[in-house]
Ligand binder design. Structure first.
Ligand SMILES: *[C@@H]1O[C@H](CO)[C@@H](O)[C@H](O)[C@H]1NC(C)=O
Ligand SMILES: *[C@@H]1O[C@H](CO)[C@@H](O)[C@H](O)[C@H]1NC(C)=O
Length: 454
C-alpha cells in the first residue's frame, strides 16, 4: 500500500518535473545555521556547495534525484544541501574544504563521499554507511543473496576475539568503501576452507582470500588492498583510489569505440592474465583497461600511443612501457616478470626532477585550458612575462584542485603533497563525549589541523 503510494508520488513527480522543477527540489532540504541544532536525531546526507562552482552545478540535478529517490524508497536518511559560502563557519566545522563536498552525518560521525557523482553510487553509499557497520549473515541463503549483490565484500567468521575488535575498527574507517559482514562457519559455502578461526575473508572475483596476520600485515591496509576487483574499468578516480594500495597497476589503454582487433585483443589479454594468473599476481597487481589516452598522458607527461599497455607503480609513481605490441597472455606475463626482476627500465617517479617536470607540465596545461575556455584571458596572460605567468598559472591550478574535489591528476600530486599523510581523510571520527550532547559534537578534522602546521 505504502509502496504503491510512493510509486504514484514518483510518477507524479516525474510528470510534474517537466513542468515544475521546484516541486521535486522539495525533497532536498535547503539547510541553514539551524541545521547544527536540528540534525541531532536524524541521519543526513548533505551536499556542501558553493553557488559559483561548476562541479556543484553539475551535481545539482543529480542531487535532486537523490533526494527524490531516498524519499520514495522510504529511506530514513534525509537529504539536504548547504551553501557552504553563506554558512562557512558551520561548513568548516564539518570539515568542508572543497566544493562540492558530500557527507553523511550520523550522530557524532561524518563520512566523506569520494566516489563517482552518480545518483546510484551516491544512494548506495548512503544505504551502506547509514546502516549497521557489521551486518550479520544468519543463513546460507543470506550469504548467497549478498554474494550475488556485491562484487566485493568482507566477512568475519568466529566469536568475540581481538581480531574482531580490529575488524570493527577497520570497518568503521572503511565502510565508506565496502561492505562488512559477520557469520558463523556453517554459513559460508563448503568450498571455503579455513585453517584457523576466527578469520577474515574477502569474497570477490568468484573466489575468496583469507587474511593472514603474518603475511598481510595490518588488517585495515589489507582490506584497503583487497577492496577492489581484480580487473577494473579504470578512470582517474579509480587510479587515485588505487594509489592507497601500493600495488602495480597494469592497464590496457585502448579506444573502446575502435572495434579493430588490436584494441579488443589487448583488453582480452589483460583480462585473461588477471583471471588465469590470479594466484601468482593478485597480491601485487591490479589489472584493468582505460578508454583513451588523455588521462594517462597527463599522468605520465608523455604521449602514449593507443592501444598500449602501461604498468604503473602506485608506490613511487614510476611506470613501465613496452616498445612493442603485446601478442598474447604469455607475452604479457613475460613483461610482468621482466618488470619484477628489474630488466625493464622504470620511467617517471617522484624524484625532484619529476616534480619540477610536473609543475611545468601543469602550468602548461593550465595555460592551454585557459586559452581554450577564454582566449582573451589567455592573451592577456601571455602578455605578461613568462615567469610570472607560470607562477600565476600554477597558483590558479592549485586553487582549482583545492576547490574541485577530485581532480583528474590527483593521484600523482598526492605523492607531491607537502606532508606524507593521506591527502584526505575518508572519515572524520569525532570522539563521542559523554554528558555534552547539547554541544554539537563536531570538531575540526585532524588533517586540517595538520595542514596548518606546515
Ligand atoms: C583503430 O585502431 C587502429 C590500430 O590502432 C587504427 O589503425 C585505426 O585507425 C583505428 N580506427 C579508428 C576508427 O579510429
Ligand atoms: C614499486 O615502488 C616501490 C617503492 O619505491 C619499490 O619498492 C618497488 O620495488 C617498485 N616495484 C617495481 C616493480 O619497480
Amino acid at each position: 500500500m505504502a509502496a504503491r503510494r510512493r510509486g504514484a508520488a514518483l510518477r507524479f513527480c516525474a510528470t510534474v518535473f517537466l513542468l515544475d522543477m521546484a516541486f521535486c527540489k522539495g525533497y532536498v532540504e535547503d539547510l541553514d545555521e539551524s541545521f547544527k541544532e536540528n540534525r541531532k536525531d536524524d541521519i543526513w546526507l548533505v551536499d556542501f556547495y558553493a553557488p559559483w562552482c561548476g562541479h556543484c552545478k553539475k551535481l545539482e540535478p543529480i542531487w535532486n534525484e537523490v533526494g527524490l529517490e531516498m524519499k520514495s524508497i522510504g529511506s530514513p536518511v534525509k537529504v539536504g544541501k548547504m551553501d557552504a559560502t553563506s554558512y562557512s563557519s558551520i561548513a568548516s566545522e564539518f570539515g568542508v574544504r572543497g566544493y562540492p563536498t558530500i557527507k553523511l552525518l550520523k550522530g557524532d560521525l561524518a563520512y566523506n563521499y569520494r566516489g563517482p557523482r552518480t545518483k546510484d553510487d551516491i544512494i548506495e553509499f548512503a544505504h551502506r554507511v547509514s546502516g549497521a557497520l557489521i551486518r550479520p549473515l544468519p543463513s546460507q541463503q543470506m550469504f548467497e543473496h549478498v554474494r550475488k549483490r556485491h562484487r566485493v565484500f568482507f566477512v568475519y567468521i568466529g566469536g568475540e576475539s581481538p581480531l574482531k575488535e580490529k575488524y570493527i575498527d577497520a570497518a568503521s574507517e572503511l565502510i565508506v568503501y565496502t561492505y562488512f559482514f559477520s557469520a558463523s562457519e556453517e554459513v559460508v559455502p563448503e568450498y571455503v576452507t579455513l585453517k584457523e578461526m576466527p578469520a577474515v575473508l574477502v569474497f570477490k572475483d568468484e573466489t575468496y582470500f583469507v587474511y593472514d596476520e603474518y603475511e598481510d600485515g595490518d588488517l585495515s591496509s589489507w582490506i584497503n588492498r583487497e577492496r577492489f576487483q581484480n580487473y577494473l574499468t579504470m578512470d582517474g578516480f579509480l587510479l587515485y583510489e588505487l594509489g592507497d594500495t601500493g600495488k602495480l597497476v597494469a592497464i590496457a589503454v585502448i579506444d573502446e569505440k575502435n572495434t579493430s582487433v588490436e584494441h579488443t585483443r589487448l583488453k582480452s589479454i589483460i583480462q585473461e592474465v588477471a583471471r588465469d594468473y590470479r594466484d601468482q599476481f593478485h597480491r601485487d597487481f591490479q589489472f584493468g583497461h582505460m578508454d583513451g589516452n588523455d588521462y594517462i598522458n597527463t599522468l605520465l607527461m608523455d604521449e602514449v600511443k593507443v592501444p598500449t599497455v602501461v604498468v604503473l607503480n602506485t608506490s613511487n609513481q614510476q611506470y613501465f612501457l613496452l616498445d612493442r605490441q603485446i601478442k598474447n597472455a604469455e607475452d604479457m606475463v613475460q613483461f610482468i616478470h621482466n618488470i619484477l626482476d628489474g630488466t625493464v627500465d622504470a620511467q617517471g617517479g617522484d624524484s625532484i626532477l619529476q616534480r619540477l617536470k610536473r609543475i611545468v607540465f601543469d602550468a602548461k596545461s593550465t595555460i592551454v585550458s585557459i586559452f581554450k575556455s577564454s582566449p582573451l584571458t589567455g592573451c592577456f596572460l601571455f602578455g605578461l612575462p613568462l615567469g610570472v605567468i607560470s607562477i600565476m598559472c600554477y597558483g590558479i591550478y592549485t586553487a582549482d584542485t583545492d576547490g574541485g574535489y577530485i581532480e583528474e591528476r590527483y593521484d600523482v600530486s598526492k605523492s607531491e603533497a607537502e606532508s606524507p599523510e593521506p591527502v584526505e581523510e575518508s572519515k572524520e571520527k569525532q570522539e563521542p563525549r559523554s554528558g555534552d550532547s547539547l554541544v554539537p559534537a563536531v570538531q575540526e578534522p585532524k588533517d586540517v589541523l595538520e595542514k596548518k602546521k606546515d
